[in-house]
Design a protein around this ligand. Sequence first.
Ligand SMILES: Cc1cc2nc3c(=O)[nH]c(=O)nc-3n(C[C@H](O)[C@H](O)[C@H](O)COP(=O)(O)OP(=O)(O)OC[C@H]3O[C@@H](n4cnc5c(N)ncnc54)[C@H](O)[C@@H]3O)c2cc1C
Length: 335
Amino acid sequence: MEKLRIVGFGIAGATFAWTCYLNKVDFEIIDNEEESSSHVAAGLINPVVFKRLTKSWKVDQLMPFASDFYNQIEKILLRKILSHKSILRVFASIEEENNWSALEGDGRFSEFLNPPKKIQNEYVHAPYGAGVVKTLGHLNTRDFLTLSKAFFLHKGYTFSSELKADRNYKTVYCEGADVLNNPLFNYLPMRPTHGDVLIIHSKDLQIEDIVNKNMFILPLGNDCYKIGATYNWELKTKNPSEEGKQELLEKLAAFTSFKFEVINHEAGLRPTVSDRRPLLGEHPEQKGSYIFNGLGTKGVLIAPFYANHLLEHIVHESPLDEEVSISRHLKHYNA
Ligand SMILES: Cc1cc2nc3c(=O)[nH]c(=O)nc-3n(C[C@H](O)[C@H](O)[C@H](O)COP(=O)(O)OP(=O)(O)OC[C@H]3O[C@@H](n4cnc5c(N)ncnc54)[C@H](O)[C@@H]3O)c2cc1C
């Protein structure tokens, strides 16, 4: 198998590079080193969709794969990149608490739920208690990207900033929302979603788990917390938005009361697709050009399994799952 070129080094590109590495497929990386969705992401891996109280898409398949993948990388890097925390879903009412109890009785959720508990924290208002979701926790995405790059450079893989036209290479485009600037693949129905997060510092709060109530509070250590995130389908910039910041501060004030200082405000564009499914496959006409994209709001959970799925397709010509194959959007190409 000849060398692959991977364009973009966010969660998709880095995960695909690791998959190549683990399968002994040679590669090089083209990345413009811009801040992206992957840098600002909270990195949460949540198996439950709180709004609908359903399981996250394909979580039974994706979660064990992601767990093995990140554990394997931690062993290679000799560094922790996952932090194993539970997610506490604060109930807004007795009704929510009752609905959650129904989930607990449902065997399909048993591996993801622990019994509800009271939150013993004077600054978090949770009179109805909280459901407890067992999960892999969260991936420190910045560490994952930085350590992965350092590792690959050390192993002699090349990183460059400019993609030169060369038909001899197979190229895998992992460009996130920037795919809208790629004439090869911008026919695909990518509808990026802008998201803001804030980093705050507070000596008061002292929580160790991830707390969620219409937003999340993620403990980062050293009395710092990431809070987020907003979802804005109109904003097309990667810049932080003042309205996003205000929305987060209002949501936080609705169920907490503690002193804090905002120390950073970050934002990114999630690569979300109109049908909410990943985008994998080869360009309909330009052979050798592939896409790995559409990771949407759950890149950390989805990327490992589908990076492997795409590599199998490229190397062994195994068929792509129709639900994720870009062939489902062929009508947009011909339009
Ligand atoms: C506020 C926020 C919170 C989030 N929280 C979570 C979360 O808790 N859990 C979760 O799983 N997901 C979360 N996400 C979603 C997650 O960030 C995305 O699913 C994931 O980062 C997408 O990764 P990507 O590699 O496809 O795209 P990107 O992160 O956009 O990376 C693409 C990279 O490729 C580079 N690039 C693009 N085109 C080129 C080119 N032509 N040449 C060179 N380089 C190029 C870009 O500069 C960029 O660095 C969040 C997103 C946001 C915005």
